[in-house]
Write a protein of this length. Structure first.
Length: 341
């Protein structure tokens, strides 16, 4: 059961990257009239995590292909196999671009942030997934607590109302593409640890715990962003609009934690790619495969972080709808087959 908290860390590391922690992803999908959308996202996210983890556990999977085949069938899985790889690769260079955008707040060149990210990714690759989990155990609690505290302080100081616009829930449908956007990285990352899951109790702890944490933060974050909506046009990273006026020490701490959120998501994306490519390049070491992937990703990392998210994330939200539907319907179809309905 304790291992369930380890998987919570892995799930949140996958989700809370440059897009989410910066607020850019939340603002892209939610905004005014989205409280119901966030509740629906929380429910669908919990179900999706549970189903993916359970199938990974039963398959004792080491990469996502066996899990993807279980949900989609062999033929469709081959199509989405390519899409998963493209998505993970896209996420990787978006995270690297996010590192560049983060350091510009200190008036540094984005090249500094990009090269720093690539260097530290290369350092951790030889340690494998254990290296990612060890980093998560230390940094993620700081990030989640720090982000939540900053948002709650902002809510109370600015007297942000959780009931503002509560009668307007017209944006509820955005819960679907927002959830579907995140199912592919969940499959890619959680499928790689299927053989390490010891019991189904871990699955319940991981899915429910991560869903409630992300749902709560998403709600508070969204309401905070609504209150500074007019300022968001001036910030590539919306979180900095909320932090404007805070003491420099808090600003610096959150900038550092944001950067590490970007780093852990880049790591999980990179290892998702490596775990799949190793099947085709068994003669190469993990470090060498990772180096090749980073070299290919580097040129794309110089595009604008906000533009990458605004164009690519909604596109993937639509492309992944079929996978989300297959995951949500999987328990129903499985039970119907068991009872020969």
């Amino acid at each position: 059961m304790i291992n369930g908290f380890k998987w919570i860390g892995l799930i949140i590391a996958t989700m809370v990257g440059a897009g989410y922690a910066s607020g850019r992803e939340i603002w892209e999908f939610f905004g005014l009239g989205s409280s119901l959308a966030i509740v629906l996202f929380t429910i669908m996210f919990i179900i999706s995590c549970h189903v993916i983890l359970e199938v990974s556990y039963l398959k004792k999977s080491e990469h996502y292909m066996p899990v993807l085949e279980q949900f989609l069938g062999v033929k469709s899985a081959k199509v989405y196999d390519l899409l998963v790889m493209i998505y993970l690769f896209t996420t990787l260079f978006v995270m690297i671009a996010g590192s560049g955008a983060t350091v510009t707040i200190f008036e540094w060149s984005n090249v500094v942030g990009i090269l720093l990210m690539v260097l530290l990714l290369l350092v951790i690759i030889p340690r494998g997934m254990d290296g990612v989990l060890s980093i998560n155990r230390f940094l993620l609690p700081l990030l989640i607590v720090g982000l939540f505290l900053v948002l709650m302080i902002f809510v109370f100081q600015e007297r942000v109302s959780f009931f503002y616009g509560i009668s307007d829930q017209s944006n509820w449908v955005q819960a679907i593409p927002f959830t579907s956007l995140n199912v592919l990285p969940l499959i890619a990352v959680l499928s790689a640890v299927g053989k390490e899951i010891k019991s189904k109790k871990e699955i319940y702890v991981a899915s429910i715990g991560s869903g409630l944490i992300l749902g709560s933060i998403s709600m508070v974050y969204n309401m905070s962003l609504i209150s500074v909506a007019e300022q968001l046009y001036f910030y590539e990273i919306p979180l900095f609009a909320i932090l404007n006026g805070y003491p420099f020490e808090i600003f610096l701490l959150m900038a550092v934690l944001l950067w590490f959120a970007i780093y852990t998501t880049a790591l999980t994306s990179l290892f998702g790619i490596i775990s799949r490519l190793k099947e085709f390049f068994k003669q190469h070491s993990t470090g060498r495969v990772g180096l090749y992937v980073l070299l290919i990703a580097l040129p794309f990392s110089f595009f604008s972080f906000s533009h990458l998210i605004s164009y690519l994330y909604p596109l993937y939200g639509v492309l992944n709808l079929y996978v989300l539907g297959a995951i949500l319907l999987f328990p129903i179809i499985k039970r119907a087959a068991a009872y020969k309905i």
